[in-house]
Design a protein. Structure first.
Length: 328
């Protein structure tokens, strides 16, 4: 099957904020943002030498997507950045039994905060980024750095928490194939959509594939939940920015609560267990003195109020939602 069944991604000027927001962001439709990073200092400054000379000693986390899938960031193997860059630049074909490492997302803002000055974190064509409003304890790093070469790639996946993802090229060329979340039935995690047989199979199931290529200064807008498979055409440097706007915040909030609620439930379960043991004890004792100094009853009442208010807020949001969208 030829590529004629693969749709080319549309592309627009990144300066046209109105067009981007109305046609792509609001409809969660992927697009190439031409010139997104063209004026970023990173385009002039960042190169293999720049990172080797200034950050070569830093140990950066590398991915092995084929053999290990997506590992938790803290579990990833680390290697010195200068060694990684040497390997990436050499671009030698890997041997058969060892998967080559991929610097697939270095969260650099703590180790190299000055790099943030070389990019524009505000993404001018986007509205306000709600990620910055999160408490520090659950903050999601809004940016990471990806350095690639011909023999490494990101197999088909979706990004977590339904965020908007913006992948901006600083150096080199990347190609992506994307599939809408409404065609999830035809794909699965880890696929190589650049393999003609795999692509053929996906298309035959009735799904559409979109393809685009970006080079220095251009960006992919990857909407929430979209499947994407990204390959490197030679040596590349790219920055990924995560963005959550007002309209996408409620679903994101739900995802974040998914982190907190299991912890809360676990603590509550232990509380129930302790109360059971207390009530089944033969001798009933009066509450320990610390309950008084710790204001046990007051805090318990506050907690009940908080839960009630939370329930009311969620219920009225859902009621409005049903009404506005005529669903029940
Ligand atoms: O460039 C890559 O390898 C992956 C990019 C990606 O997955 C993203 O921007 O969400
Ligand atoms: Fe991704």
């Amino acid at each position: 099957m030829s590529n004629k069944n693969i749709n080319l991604l549309e592309s627009i000027d990144a300066g046209d904020a109105m067009l981007f927001q109305e046609k792509y962001l609001m409809n969660e439709k992927p697009v190439i943002l031409k010139g997104m990073g063209k004026d970023w200092p990173a385009i002039r400054r960042w190169s293999a030498d720049f990172f080797r000379n200034n950050y070569g000693h830093i140990k950066v986390p590398v991915c092995y997507y084929k053999t290990k899938q997506q590992e938790a960031y803290k579990n990833q193997i680390k290697m010195r950045l200068n060694e990684y860059i040497n390997l990436a630049e050499k671009n030698a074909p890997p041997d058969d039994y060892a998967e080559p490492p991929y610097l697939g997302g270095w969260i650099y803002h703590k180790e190299a905060p000055e790099l943030l000055d070389d990019i524009d974190m505000t993404l001018p064509c986007f509205p306000e980024n709600w990620l910055y409003k999160l408490p520090i304890s659950i903050s999601i790093p809004p940016t990471n750095l990806i350095i690639g070469y011909q023999y490494v790639s990101s197999p088909l996946h979706t990004d977590s928490f339904f965020v908007n993802s913006v992948l901006t090229m600083i150096a080199g060329v990347k190609k992506a194939r994307m599939v809408s979340p409404s065609h999830t039935f035809a794909v699965s995690n880890g696929l190589d959509l650049f393999n003609p047989n795999v692509a053929k199979n996906v298309l035959e199931q009735g799904a559409e594939i979109f393809e685009g290529t970006i080079s220095a200064g251009d960006a992919f807008y990857i909407p929430p939940g979209w499947w994407h498979n990204v390959i490197n055409i030679g040596f590349t440097i790219a920055v990924q920015n995560l963005h959550v706007d007002t309209h996408r915040f409620p679903l994101f909030e739900q995802q974040m609560r998914g982190f907190v609620l299991p912890i809360l439930s676990k603590i509550e379960d232990l509380g129930v267990e302790a109360r059971k043991e207390i009530s089944s004890a033969e001798q009933t004792l009066s509450p320990p003195p610390s309950h008084k100094t710790g204001d046990f009853i007051k805090h318990e009442k506050n907690y009940i109020m908080l839960l009630k208010k939370s329930t009311e807020k969620s219920e009225s949001f859902l009621d409005n939602y049903y009404e506005q969208n005529s669903i029940k």
